[in-house]
Design a binder for this molecule. Sequence first.
Ligand code: URA
Length: 211
Amino acid sequence: MTHPKLTLVDHPLVQHKLSLMRDARTPGPDFRRLLREISLLLTYEAARDLALKTQTITTPLTEMDAPMLAGADPVVVSILRAGNGLLDGVLDVIPTAKVGFVGLYRDEETLRPVQYYCKLPPDLSGRLVIAVDPMLATGNSSAAAVALLKDAGATDICLICLLAAPEGVACMAREHPDVRIVTASVDSHLNEKGYIVPGLGDAGDRIFGTV
Ligand code: URA
């Protein structure tokens, strides 16, 4: 099953950087930098539908009606802990975004998400809420985080993930067909331990050096 609102970013820069990240020999500092760079490029797609208004400005040559972002600042929500690896890339391109955090860990036996932290900006309704989690594996954590964002009032949610498994995409299609997904790849499958194959291993461990 696919997802009605999935955008696969097959831009050569994204694909090249992703391949470098997949390589098990890539050192942690490079891995982090590449993730931030890809995040920036995926955010470009996630923010594609942001509303614009015109504002009169004066260039060195003349006055013009210039397009400017309209409406409330977007919100970026990091799904801890690996989501933090994508956070700075989003803020690089949307510096006015407000930031929230959702803490979920995956029970390694049931593969189900358990919430341990939630801090969100107020007034999520009517503004773009970008949830970030590098790995859409089973989809359980992302689906739970998105449900929490909806409960908190979010109406326009986009999930940015570096990699997705078909299982995670199907989970999001079942539970949240209205939520856009922006990803750099839909990989082959999940293995018996819930890892994405070919994947890149444990994203959190590689970002934070806890391997
Ligand atoms: N989480 C990860 O960090 N990697 C996977 O492959 C799956 C879930």
